[in-house]
Design a protein around this ligand. Structure first.
Ligand SMILES: CC(C)(COP(=O)(O)OP(=O)(O)OC[C@H]1O[C@@H](n2cnc3c(N)ncnc32)[C@H](O)[C@@H]1OP(=O)(O)O)[C@@H](O)C(=O)NCCC(=O)NCCS
Length: 240
């Protein structure tokens, strides 16, 4: 029987129908509810990591139940990607304050990627290693100084979300410069992504569209999300 947990919040507006997104404040009590195998994965981790990992597992089990599935343990592969039960696709993210989990039945959603960040913004000295020159130029042209660092954080987060969504298809690492992201205005809350290199089944030029929210919780966190599948238009032409 699960112990009571910090209230889970259902987050709307990040994905299309059929994808459930749950968030919760990081809950130290969740650690006690880890299964033996889950606990073993974070046995040597610092407390902060253990609490974030455990809060996400509680949310994942709650989400599986809400999808009508058995709330099983969620382990990870050697590359640390989460192992979802057969027929389910999902994604996990956590920051200092919150964990979020996106879950859907496979087939309805392709794969999903989600990312949450809790920082004032992305430090300027990190931009060069994370952004393409075109992305930096657009951040400067599109946003005034007051909002630029926060929108840079959204851009960074969108890359992390895309990485998580593409990985189940490609099983490949992507560098930050392997993807170009264009942010829409905050009132639209969308972003588009273009692969700059071939990655597994995604050809160079393959595209995806995601969403972001600056107000998903109490306004402190940035959340980004994307659904992805290698459609015919996006498929790599390698070998064919
Ligand atoms: C994997 C990665 C994206 C995780 O992001 P993070 O900000 O460190 O941490 P988050 O809390 O947002 O996400 C952690 C979760 O990601 C998931 N994850 C880890 N590796 C993953 C992978 N290869 N594919 C999909 N999900 C993965 C795990 O579920 C993990 O949570 P858990 O350990 O509790 O199970 C990041 O560590 C990384 O390797 N980034 C480099 C690659 C990249 O982002 N490229 C961007 C260009 S597209």
């Amino acid at each position: 029987m699960l112990a009571p947990m910090t209230a889970a919040e259902q987050v709307e507006g990040l994905f299309g129908d059929g994808v459930l997104v749950l968030g919760a404040r990081i809950d130290p009590e969740a650690v006690a509810a880890l299964t033996e195998a889950e606990a073993a994965l974070v046995e040597r981790a610092v407390d902060k990591r253990r609490r974030e990992f455990a809060t996400a597992r509680r949310l994942a089990r709650l989400g599986l139940s809400r999808l009508g599935r058995t709330p099983v343990e969620i382990l990870h592969a050697p590359d640390r990607s989460p192992l979802w039960p057969q027929g389910v696709t999902g994604s996990i993210s956590h920051c200092d304050t919150r964990a979020v989990v996106a879950l859907a039945s496979q087939g309805e959603a392709g794969t999903v990627g989600i990312d949450v960040e809790h920082r004032d913004g992305l430090r300027r000295d990190l931009w060069k290693s994370v952004f393409l020159p075109s992305e930096t130029a657009r951040l400067e042209a599109q946003f005034d100084e007051a909002e630029r660092a926060r929108m840079a954080l959204v851009l960074f987060s969108a890359k992390e979300a895309l990485y998580k969504a593409q990985h189940p298809w490609s099983r490949k690492y992507m560098g930050f410069h392997d993807l170009e992201v264009v942010l829409g205005a905050p009132d639209a809350g969308t972003f588009s992504c273009t692969f700059q290199v071939e990655v597994g089944p995604f050809g160079r030029g393959a595209e995806g569209v995601g969403r972001y929210r600056l107000d998903a919780f109490d306004g402190a966190e940035v959340v980004t999300a994307i659904q992805l599948s290698p459609t015919a238009a996006n498929a790599s032409s390698r070998g064919g």
